[in-house]
Design a protein around this ligand. Structure first.
Ligand SMILES: Cc1cc2nc3c(=O)[nH]c(=O)nc-3n(C[C@H](O)[C@H](O)[C@H](O)COP(=O)(O)OP(=O)(O)OC[C@H]3O[C@@H](n4cnc5c(N)ncnc54)[C@H](O)[C@@H]3O)c2cc1C
Length: 378
């Protein structure tokens, strides 16, 4: 039997593969993922600030998948041939599948603004973290009046990143947060938005709403009415979009509530790359991908057995925001909390979401060791 092939080992793809591997009598599984490490993106800010080490946030796939019976090909899919049930990879392989899962997530998208791809950086990968750490070090080593870092997009990623950068820079550069809409965090719960605005104020992050970026240049940004804003670095969190391989249109792939891709037989999609029929529309979050994974694993098995499929039911578990070093805000399951205790709670609740069996245990042991040495929240 041809394997179930999963394209992309992020939240949607990896957690679907792990779920399937736990089901008795599961089909052969093949994960295609070009990177060597899974990245637990909600902790990327803690990696930037070195509050958490690399091994806890970005475990290697070979260690994660050992013993699960999941094949892993470190390769990128470049084309799909759904009629033949085949995919092609960058390294020149052609692979047949019985069922295919599209889990390729999303990447930085310029939203049509010139210069973004050339002069701005994203915040989604380990390479992005390394670049930003180097930039922070450079700015701290040579503080100059009026040097600034600009974060574009005041959604959760932009706000969380701006808070962390302000803490790391300790005044060595100004952090500006630009938002084209009328408010920061338009989708957030009101408590979290209030806490975030207070944190931005405390950290002297300059938030500018109604601010449309016209272009990014080597020197900084061009804003409305030709205003020039010099910047030592521009971090673009304003747009993400799926960049599918050949054979699929750009953007998230339209799917039924069963996660079957519209119009493609035996093809399913999950995570940020899936535009699932759902009211209200699903947010592009790890929480959604994490909840889709067990349903998708069941539906893949139902589909192979010729059984009816189930619909995805979204359960909103609330929202957590990291707001600088050692601080967070959270709203969910009927309560709100902010400050260092919220940061501890945020960390421990994500611990249960780390992939695999042994990683959460190792990380918990490490945190308990740290905590017994220093019981006050950091
Ligand atoms: C900084 C940051 C912080 C976040 N914090 C939170 C949070 O606190 N809570 C929350 O719920 N969500 C959070 N999110 C959102 C969340 O991480 C995403 O919604 C989630 O990762 C989506 O999962 P995914 O599997 O669709 O995509 P991803 O996790 O991005 O995984 C996609 C994978 O596909 C691989 N891939 C791409 N193209 C190909 C190809 N052609 N062939 C093979 N492989 C391919 C990529 O290498 C990648 O590993 C955050 C996102 C970011 C960037």
């Amino acid at each position: 039997m041809a394997p179930v092939v999963i394209i992309g080992g992020g939240f949607g793809g990896l957690y679907t593969a792990l779920e399937l591997a736990r089901r008795p009598g599961h089909p052969p599984l093949l994960l295609l993922e070009p990177r060597d490490r899974f990245v637990f993106l909600p902790f990327l800010y803690e990696l930037l600030s070195q509050e958490l080490p690399l091994w806890q946030i970005a475990p290697r796939y070979d260690a994660l998948l050992a013993g699960y019976g999941i094949g892993w090909l470190r390769d990128r899919v470049v084309a799909l041939d759904p009629d033949q049930h085949k995919i092609s990879t960058q390294a020149g392989q052609t692979i047949s599948y019985s069922r295919l899962v599209l889990a390729w997530g999303a990447e930085l998208h310029s939203c049509g603004v010139p210069g973004v791809l050339e002069h701005a950086q994203g915040f989604r990968s380990l390479a992005d973290v390394e670049r930003l750490q180097a930039l922070v070090q450079r700015l701290k080593a040579a503080p100059r009046p009026l040097q600034r870092l600009v974060v574009v997009g005041a959604g959760p990623a932009g706000v969380e990143l701006a808070c962390k950068l302000a803490d790391l820079l300790q005044g060595a550069a100004l952090v500006e947060l630009l938002e084209r809409g009328p408010i920061a965090l338009p989708q957030a719960r009101s408590f979290n938005r209030e806490q975030a605005l207070l944190a931005l104020q405390r950290k002297d992050v300059r938030l500018r709403c109604h601010c449309q970026v016209q272009a990014v240049t080597a020197e900084g940004l061009i804003l409305g009415q030709g205003e020039q804003l010099a910047a030592a670095g521009v971090i673009w969190t304003a747009g993400q979009r799926s960049q599918p391989p050949l054979g699929i249109s750009p953007g998230a792939v339209p799917c039924k509530a069963t996660l079957e891709v519209e119009g493609l037989e035996d093809v399913f999609a999950v995570g940020d790359g899936a535009a699932v029929a759902h009211e209200p529309p699903l947010p592009a979050t790890a929480q959604v991908a994490f909840q889709q994974a067990p349903l998708l694993a069941s539906n893949l098995l139902h589909s192979l057995a010729g059984e009816p499929l189930e619909n995805f039911q979204w359960k909103d578990l609330g929202e957590m925001l990291s707001l600088g070093i050692g601080e967070a805000s959270l709203t969910g399951l009927g309560f709100t909390l902010a400050g260092p205790a919220a940061q501890q709670l945020r960390r421990w609740s994500y611990l249960t979401r780390l992939p695999g069996n042994s990683l959460p245990l190792k990380v918990a042991a490490n945190w308990l060791g740290d905590w017994s040495a220093n019981p006050l929240p950091r």
